[in-house]
Design a protein around this ligand. Sequence first.
Ligand SMILES: [Zn+2]
Length: 387
Amino acid sequence: MNAEFYAYPWDLSDEGVDTAGAVLADATGPGGGVLLALSYHVSTYFAPHNPVRKLYYGEEGAVYFATEESLYANTSMRPLISEVVTGSDYMMNLVQGLQRHDLSFSAWAVYYYNHHLPQAFPDVAKRDCFGQPCLAQVCPAAPEARQYAVALTRDMLRQGPAAIQLESLSYLPFRYGFRNPKILVDIAPYHEFLMGLCFCPHCLAAADRAGLDGKALRPAVAMYLDRELRTDPSAEIMNTEISEQIEGAFDGRLAAFLNVRLETASSLFEQVAGVIHDAGAQVSFFGSLDPLTTGLDKERILRSIDAVYTRIPGTCEQTSQQVSAQRQSLPGVRLHSIAAPGTSMQETRDRIAAQAAAGVDGFAFYTYGLLRQTQIDWIGASRDVWG
Ligand SMILES: [Zn+2]
């Protein structure tokens, strides 16, 4: 069992990687590591111990290293390189700094949850059944986006990570990436699910290749939603499981369309995981494994995953049950707890100890730059639990 911290590159470079590395090594103890964001979505960050900026308005989905142009020869897409990247050796300096403190380095990689890419490259934007682009999500069916994911992965591997944590390398749900949403009315879960499906030309072409008339399904779903979304949803539709409503919907064409999405997203996931394994690194995963919204076939992609990082909900008393439930649903992979400090040193220790006793394989504390030194010290005071 070991401990890692998630960290943002700017928090290490603003502070000085040796200063930050010493704090991180002290808190994690021997065998510690850092999951460093190499490709990340927009957020607004409050950074209490950052000496340069307490508030950081993040960029629209950026990468935090100098990219290698030649790797992107098969795609027109290019990542947005963050303004914090000061030179070609920016990431190498951070990685070497972590290594000086005996900290392992893994890449924390967000792929298709990105506000920059769908605006800069409209062809890869997810599009709903009405043809409207979702400017926070890239569609995994777009050939350019698939090549981009492979190129980005190879580019991240150049930085020498022990593992890459794959996040949002899939379809994503309706609300993923909304900013200041203004939604005043109830939307039935089934309607929200349909609104979240991508009907971009690439998804429709994939449906056509599978013998399904995607171009006819799109207006059928649009017509249905246009009618339904105008009226308050009935109690029945609010309370019926989405999977039940999918059965037979649109003459069975919806279920067939969802099967096409399963192949689209899962095959890409396998391809990217294969690139990582071929380079001798490990694949870890964070996110939803709901096949309906992500298109990820859980059983299939678990074979490509070495470790799943997940939050363990519930009180200390419920931890054991929660961990065994997670283990049962995630066979054959290591289970790492994404842990947050509690409101005191004792509570922090109790949580960590309960999860260790329940048999998690490691801890990943979220997130170095967002915590105060007090909380980092509470975590460090518990390191005998995993050490
Ligand atoms: Zn699509």
